[in-house]
Design a protein around this ligand. Structure first.
Ligand code: CP
Length: 318
C-alpha cells in the first residue's frame, strides 16, 4: 500500500513515507543526488533555485532538534519558502483535528508537508487525504519509520565504506521501540549489505525479529565481532509502558558502547548514533567523541539527504 502511494505513475518519488517498497535503484538515486548537495555545502553560495516559488510546511507534532532544523535548512537551500507550524501554539491545542489543520494549510497553497507525529501511520494518513498535488515526507511516525534518518545514515556509511556489499552492520539497543532501526534495517537490506545484526536484551527485541532480515545477539562481544559499522540507539523511554530493564546502570554495563567493547569490532569500524545521545547510558563519552565516531557527520549529511529527497519528490510533479 505504502509502496504504491509513494511513487507516481512514472515510478518517481511522490511521497517519502517509508523505506519499504523502494528499489535499490531509487535509494541509490537519492544517495547520488545527495552527493552533489553535500559538495555544495562546502562552497560559499549554498543555494540553488530548484524549488523557488514552492512552499514547504514543517508539521512537527513531536519534539525534534536535528530533523526539523535540517529539513528547514535543506528547504531554504533549495530556495523554497518554509512555513514552520508551532504545534504547541497552534489551533491543535484548541481541539482542531489533524485533517482540519491540513485542509487549512492546503488553502494556503502548500506544496509539501514534512510530518513528525507520535502516531504510527500519521504521515501516510496525510498523504492519503491531502490534495493530489502535495507531497508528504515522513520525518518520523511513532515506532513505525524514520526514512530520511535511515537515508542519511546510508549516505554516511557509503562515504566511509564506499560500497554496501560485504559489510557487516550491528544495530545496538532499543530495537523494539525504534522507528530508526526499522528504517535502517530495510535500507541496509535493500542496498545489499552482507549481514545486519541487532544486539539488545530480549525485552528490547521485537518477537520474531529475524523476519525483519537481521541476526539477533544478546551479547556485545559476540555481536560486535568483526563488524564494520556500529549503530547505537537511544532507550526510547517515551514509548516504554512497562519496566523492560533492571536499571540504566545495568543496561550500560551490558550494552553501553565503551572503548573496551568497541575493540570487538573491526579496527576501522565507524560508530554511529541518530541522536539525541544519552552519554553514560547507551554510549561512553570517549566513544561518542572519539576518532571512530561519525555522529556529527550524520547530522551534516542530514541537510544534503533531505535536499535530495525534497528535490526529487517535487520534480516528480508533486
Ligand atoms: N535523529 C532524530 O530524529 O533527532 P531529532 O529527534 O532531534 O530530530
Amino acid at each position: 500500500m505504502t509502496a504504491k502511494l509513494q511513487l507516481n505513475s512514472d515510478g518517481k518519488i511522490k511521497h517519502f513515507l517509508s523505506i519499504e517498497g523502494f528499489s535499490r535503484a531509487i535509494l541509490t538515486e537519492i544517495l547520488d543526488a545527495a552527493e552533489s548537495y553535500s559538495e555544495m555545502a562546502t562552497i560559499s553560495s549554498k543555494k540553488v533555485p530548484l524549488l523557488r516559488g514552492k512552499t514547504i510546511s514543517n508539521l512537527f507534532f513531536e519534539n525534534s532538534t536535528r530533523t526539523r532544523t535540517t529539513f528547514e535548512l535543506a528547504a531554504t537551500r533549495l530556495s523554497a519558502d518554509v512555513l514552520n507550524i508551532n504545534i504547541s501554539t497552534s489551533a491543535t491545542s484548541k481541539g482542531e483535528s489533524l485533517l482540519d489543520t491540513i485542509r487549512n494549510l492546503e488553502a494556503m497553497h502548500i506544496d509539501m508537508f514534512v510530518v513528525r507525529h507520535a502516531l504510527s501511520g500519521a504521515a501516510q494518513f496525510i498523504a492519503e487525504n491531502c490534495a493530489p498535488n502535495i507531497s508528504v515526507i515522513n520525518a518520523g511516525d511513532g515506532r513505525h519509520a524514520h526514512p530520511t534518518q535511515a537515508m542519511l545514515d546510508m549516505f554516511t556509511i557509503r562515504q566511509h565504506k564506499k560500497k554496501f556489499a560485504g559489510l557487516v552492520v550491528a544495530i545496538v539497543g532499543d530495537i523494539l521501540h525504534s522507528r530508526v532501526a526499522r528504517s535502517q534495517i530495510q535500507a541496509l537490506n535493500i542496498l545489499g549489505v552482507n549481514e545486519v545484526r541487532v544486539i539488545a536484551p530480549k525485552t528490547l527485541l521485537p518477537v520474531n525479529v529475524e523476519k525483519l532480515g537481521v541476526v539477533p545477539y544478546q551479547d556485545m562481544q559476540q555481536g560486535l565481532e568483526g563488524v564494520d559499522v556500529v549503530m547505537m540507539l537511544r532507550l526510547q523511554r517515551e514509548r516504554m509502558n512497562s519496566a523492560l530493564l533492571p536499571s540504566e546502570n545495568e543496561y550500560f554495563k551490558c550494552f553501553g558502547l565503551t572503548q573496551e567493547k568497541l575493540k570487538f569490532a573491526r579496527p576501522d569500524a565507524i560508530v554511529m548514533h541518530p541522536g539525541p545521545i544519552n552519554r553514560g547510558i547507551e554510549i561512553e563519552s570517549s566513544v561518542a567523541d572519539g576518532e571512530q565516531s561519525v555522529i556529527l557527520q550524520q547530522v551534516s549529511n542530514g541537510v544534503a539527504i533531505r535536499m535530495a529527497i525534497m528535490a526529487l519528490a517535487m520534480q516528480s510533479g508533486g
